[in-house]
Unconditional design. Structure first.
Lengths: 433, 322
């Protein structure tokens, strides 16, 4: 029997098809069967399950290109299942998971493991990235062809920068053979060795080991040159400085196949939020100066930044409850990604449609996915958003197994109310409450 | 001795590469080689074309196949052949290439066959020596007799070069065999395709005037000849390709990939083969498609033709006259 769901009375926003209208959407067997302003306007649809959206925003489910989990290897931090629960609550229907696990995802069989494990346990779609170099050691490239066939959507050493330029050149060259996407982390490993925060007055006053912001742009510029040489498709996972933004803007003007993302926390927080050695503010790349933070917002508004990611990196309490320099890097972010991004809309820095584009259509395009759109025939990955609902982040309410949010106690407007993956409801805020 | 009226074939007194040869020179060498194929298949394989001449094989890289092929070619033409064992000579004691050349020159050889790991080594020797120099492979530059023997094999299989589609697959970046074959095939009117991962292709490969394919099935589509290149062991372990199993999966010639080539396409390999890396045994040993053993036979004939052709130049110049 055909499973049908009718969404009515919604504000449909689909950046992929430039749609922003009041109307309805019909889901049949997990796919979008119809969408448009006249759908279910008047008559009650007779057979299907009806969801009255009450004028709220119905958008494609979010795609988060940068999620770290602890599975396999450190399941106490986060499993694929717990990450997926956090994702669903955040309106995220696809998470792209990093290979920085134990063991590292650098073998076709391990890519297969992630996919099977996710299929068995996760509530949202899980797409694995595979390592670009074996054991993330930055020395020997992985079997990019076989890993891609196994289902790896991109290749990355996660939060590690490949120091050896020759290794990276060959890896990029080899990846381009298969049209594979390479995702890089830009932080000069020598300059940033041992550093906890970005260099500046505040770091100086705190007496914390710091790395200059230039440590990022140095690698961004280097990698741009290598993309020029190799023709590889390259995505900077997270950028955080104006210098990086300017370099990428120039590279894009030259037509290089380069894209970039920014973490939500680099849009919302700056170096001063480290406050009194608050280790939940210790992230990679670090929170930057206010000038760099506003540059990131400019980058979103101008279109140079392609996607906003959570950079979700769950850490157990014991690794965060440490002197700042010894504490682990990372912040959870799946449940705050959308609220932080909506902040740009509320502050008048970006339209709602643009904000959603960076969370749906843009990552889908970078990854070559058929999701991230409300187009007819697309998988029914949907999020119902109340863009104005005020709420306060409470770590105790997070679904993530780890609670290291940098936004504890912060007030936001707007979050996911219901989340659907392939037409199945995976999160309903009312039901939870 | 070559009769004084024998037709001149090569303009140069050396054979350093294919790039400098004309279509006429190549064709004449192939024609001459045909006569040596016939001779080699007879009971008496010996002539006196190089009688009294001295040929020195100077191989800085070990090579059983090419060295013995040249040795046999020289002997069948009546020359005295000396194999310089580089590993036990003063070269391995730190002598420079020029010093070695000067020493050899004093021995008054007529032909020096040289293989060296550095591109341009044969060229350098040809400038320092009075004898004819044959390049038996210099670094990643040229290996002219290999391209000639490949051409002879193709031609004797009844294939016309004009419009022939030849797919050269594998480590083009480091391959002198590939470069010599590209030059020869393009000169003769064939269409050359290169098939390899980007790490094994020169960045400007298209500038040769060839088509480049990263997808082997597409590169083999409609090909008349599939030339496989050897992947050096030290290049398999991660620097240029991640693993041999991945290389074989995407760039190893097996029956499935060969199906994309034209029915009856010839499969060639300069040897020695890495079975299960660049070529599947089932293909390499299939006498219906593989001409790999024929290539070895043609190697001797083509080297006899080259030695013969160079000796004609010597006769003309009266060089080293007795």
């Amino acid at each position: 029997m055909t499973k049908r769901i009718a969404f009515r009375n919604a504000r449909l926003i689909d950046p992929a098809t430039k749609l922003d209208v009041k109307g309805g959407l019909l889901v049949e067997n997990g796919r979008i069967a119809d969408v448009g302003p006249r759908l279910f306007n008047n008559a009650e649809a007779n057979d299907p399950e009806i969801v009255d959206c009450k004028g709220m925003v119905l958008a494609p489910g979010l795609i988060d290109m940068r999620v770290f989990t602890g599975e396999p290897g450190s399941e106490h931090r986060e499993t694929l299942e717990s990450a997926s629960l956090a994702a669903a609550a955040g309106g995220v229907t696809t998470i792209v998971v990093m290979p920085n696990t134990d063991p590292v995802i650098d073998e076709p069989s391990l890519v297969d493991f992630i996919r099977r494990r996710a299929a068995a346990t996760a509530k949202v779609r899980v797409l694995p990235m595979a390592a670009l170099t074996r054991h993330l050691a930055g020395e020997v490239m992985t079997e990019i062809g076989l890993l891609k066939e196994a289902g790896a959507v991109a290749f990355t050493d996660g939060d590690r920068t490949i120091a050896n330029t020759r290794v990276l050149r060959r890896a990029l060259s080899y990846a381009s053979t298969f049209g594979a996407l390479v995702v890089g982390h830009a932080e000069d490993p020598d300059l940033s060795e041992g550093a906890s925060v970005t260099e500046g007055e505040y770091a100086m006053r705190l007496g914390l080991p710091a790395a200059p912001a230039a440590a990022e742009a140095i690698i961004v510029e280097r990698d741009i040159r290598l993309v020029e040489v190799t023709g590889a498709r390259y995505h900077f996972g997270q950028i955080s400085t104006r210098a990086s933004l300017d370099a990428i803007a120039a590279a894009k003007r030259h037509g290089l196949p380069i894209t970039c993302g920014v973490a939500a926390h680099n849009l919302a927080l700056n170096e001063l939020d480290v406050g009194a050695y608050f280790t939940f503010m210790k992230v990679k790349p670090p929170l930057r100066s206010e000038a760099d933070r506003t540059a990131m917002i400019e980058g979103v508004a101008s279109g140079v930044i392609d996607t906003i990611v959570s950079g979700h990196d769950p850490q157990a309490a014991d690794t965060k409850r440490q002197p700042f320099a010894q504490a682990a890097f990372g912040a959870v972010g799946l449940e705050t990604l959308l609220p932080v991004a909506l902040g740009l809309h509320h502050d008048g820095r970006a339209s709602l449609s643009l904000v959603l584009k960076l969370l749906t259509a843009a990552p889908a395009k970078i990854l070559g996915l058929n999701t991230g759109t409300l187009a007819k025939g697309a998988p029914a990955d949907l999020v119902l958003i109340d863009p104005d609902e005020p709420f306060t982040v409470r770590e105790a309410e997070l679904r993530s197994r780890a609670r290291n949010t940098p936004f504890e106690g912060r007030k936001f407007h707007g979050r996911a109310q219901k989340t659907y993956v392939a037409g199945a409801c995976v999160f309903d805020r009312k039901a939870k409450a | 001795m070559t009769p004084a009226n024998a037709e001149t074939i090569l303009k140069s007194s050396h054979l350093l590469g294919i790039e400098a040869l004309s279509v006429g020179e190549i064709t004449s060498l192939l024609d001459l080689a045909d006569t040596y194929v016939a001779l080699n298949r007879g009971a008496n394989k010996k002539t006196d074309v190089l009688k009294g001449r001295t040929l020195i094989n100077l191989f800085f890289e070990s090579s059983t196949r090419t060295q013995s092929s040249f040795e046999l070619a020289g002997k069948r033409l009546g020359a005295d052949v000396l194999n310089m064992a580089v590993k036990t000579s003063s070269v391995s004691k730190g002598e420079t290439l020029i010093d070695t050349a000067t020493t050899l020159n004093a021995m008054r050889p007529d032909i020096l066959v040289v293989r060296h790991q550095d591109s341009g080594a044969a060229e350098l020797l040809s400038r320092k020596l009075d004898c004819s120099v044959i390049n038996a492979g210099d670094g990643s530059h040229e290996h002219p007799t290999q391209a000639l023997l490949d051409a002879l094999t193709i031609r004797r299989r009844g294939r016309k070069f004009e419009g022939l589609i030849v797919a050269i697959c594998g480590d083009v970046l480091h391959s002198r065999v590939a470069r010599s074959n590209i030059h020869l095939l393009l000169k003769m009117g064939a269409r050359v395709r290169l098939v390899a991962p980007r790490t094994l292709l020169p960045g400007d490969a298209e500038r040769f005037g060839v088509e480049v394919f990263y997808d082997m099935n597409k590169g083999l589509e409609g090909a008349d000849v599939v030339m496989m290149l050897r992947l050096q062991l030290e290049r398999m372990a991660g620097a240029f390709v991640p693993s041999t199993r991945e290389y074989f999966r995407f760039y190893g010639l097996d029956a499935a990939k060969l199906k994309f080539a034209k029915p009856g396409a010839l499969v060639m390999h300069p040897g020695p083969m890495n079975r299960g890396v660049e070529i599947d045994s089932a293909v390499a040993d299939d006498i219906e498609v593989s001409v790999i053993q024929e290539q070895v036979e043609m190697g001797v004939a083509i080297r006899m033709a080259v030695l013969d052709a160079l000796s004609r130049g010597m006769a003309r110049e009266g060089r080293n006259a007795p």
